[in-house]
Design a binder for this molecule. Structure first.
Ligand SMILES: C[S@@+](CC[C@H](N)C(=O)[O-])C[C@H]1O[C@@H](n2cnc3c(N)ncnc32)[C@H](O)[C@@H]1O
Length: 316
């Protein structure tokens, strides 16, 4: 959790924009498959059709809201006037946050999510469930907290745990791009709880919500491993990569790495928790890490490092 907090305090809107999953060919592709639009613009590429179909909503909750970018957009667009947000980094990332009136950021670890039954008209999980380990409990509590006509929007990475892409996925990519060298990130380079149980997400979401599914789009089976396993110099291949992504999603050649799903409130079902031994948790979350990386991570926790980062941000 410590690393999760460190990552949270380092994040800025510029970092998010620089992330390769936010390159134009990928955003345009998502705009088309998620929002029926020809080109991306802000979050409107995929959120506008949702807002139009399911808004406005009164009591709204966002889980793992980060800097509040999606929540601010929802308020700006009149989807709602106020959003409760539960975020483990609520206090540490306050510097980079969008201070939209109406978003109430509360600190909390979602692995122990405890919210009032039947209390929300809308719950958003945007890129957060794949950071959680106690998924069975979280999905149960989300469902219980929805009001009878409440709506859940899930937008998540559902690919291989800790970005350890399968040989089958890599062989499809290598065949399509024979001149590109693919390198799967070493386990120690995947920070915090990133994708700790992402491969369990889709089956778990379906086991709770499939009977109340209103929309489900699965994609990202090619572009996500491509941007994760190759350097930026291959960005000019992205238009080809998204074409492959779409073809593979259509014919099922590649399992998806992303889910965008809209669900209603399901019948109450409590899934049994997944038991973890200490060894399993260590292997997943605390792999052997090179000494230089450990030193850098320790330095990043010091007051001097934080002060320098703050000055750099102000000068930027
Ligand atoms: C990939 S970011 C997404 C942030 C935001 N939803 C967005 O789309 O910009 C994941 C967020 O989940 C938060 N998070 C991770 N694990 C959490 C936990 N156990 N409890 C609460 N928040 C958590 C992180 O701090 C981070 O802000």
């Amino acid at each position: 959790m410590r690393v999760e907090l460190d990552v949270g305090q380092d994040i800025s809107l510029d970092d998010i924009a620089r992330n390769r999953i936010n390159r134009k060919p990928i955003l345009d592709y998502k705009a088309r498959i998620l929002g029926n639009k020809s080109a991306a613009g802000g979050y409107s590429d995929w959120l506008d059709p949702f807002i139009k179909q399911y808004g406005p909503r009164k009591r709204c909750l966002s889980l793992g809201s980060g800097l509040g970018r999606v929540e601010s957009y929802l308020i700006e667009q009149g989807f709602t006037t106020a959003i409760d947000a539960i975020e483990v980094c609520a206090s540490v990332n306050s510097e980079g946050r969008i201070n939209e009136k109406g978003v109430d950021f509360m600190p909390g670890d979602l692995n122990f999510l405890d919210i009032q039954p039947d209390s929300y008209d809308f719950i958003l999980c945007h890129g957060v469930l794949h950071h959680l380990i106690n998924l069975e409990l979280v999905l149960h509590r989300i469902n219980r907290a929805l009001r009878p006509d409440g709506v859940l929007l899930i937008y998540e990475y559902v690919g291989e745990d800790r970005w350890q892409f399968s040989d089958q996925r890599l062989s499809v990519l290598k065949k399509a791009f024979p001149n590109v060298a693919f390198t799967v990130p070493p386990l120690w380079a995947v920070p915090g709880f990133e994708s700790v149980r992402s491969s369990d997400l889709l089956p778990l979401v379906r086991s709770v919500f499939s009977s109340v599914c209103k929309q489900e789009v699965l994609y990202g089976g090619a572009y996500f491993p491509f941007v994760t396993c190759t350097p930026d110099k291959y960005d000019d291949l992205l238009p080809e990569v998204v074409r492959l992504d779409e073809a593979c999603a259509r014919d099922g050649t590649l399992a998806p790495c992303y889910l965008m799903g809209v669900y209603g409130k399901a019948q109450e079902t409590q899934l049994a928790a997944h038991p973890w031994s200490d060894e399993q948790l260590d292997a997943r979350l605390a792999p052997k890490t090179p000494a230089a990386v450990r030193v850098k991570r320790t330095l990043k926790r010091t007051a001097i490092w934080r002060a320098l980062r703050s000055i750099k941000r102000r000068l930027a």
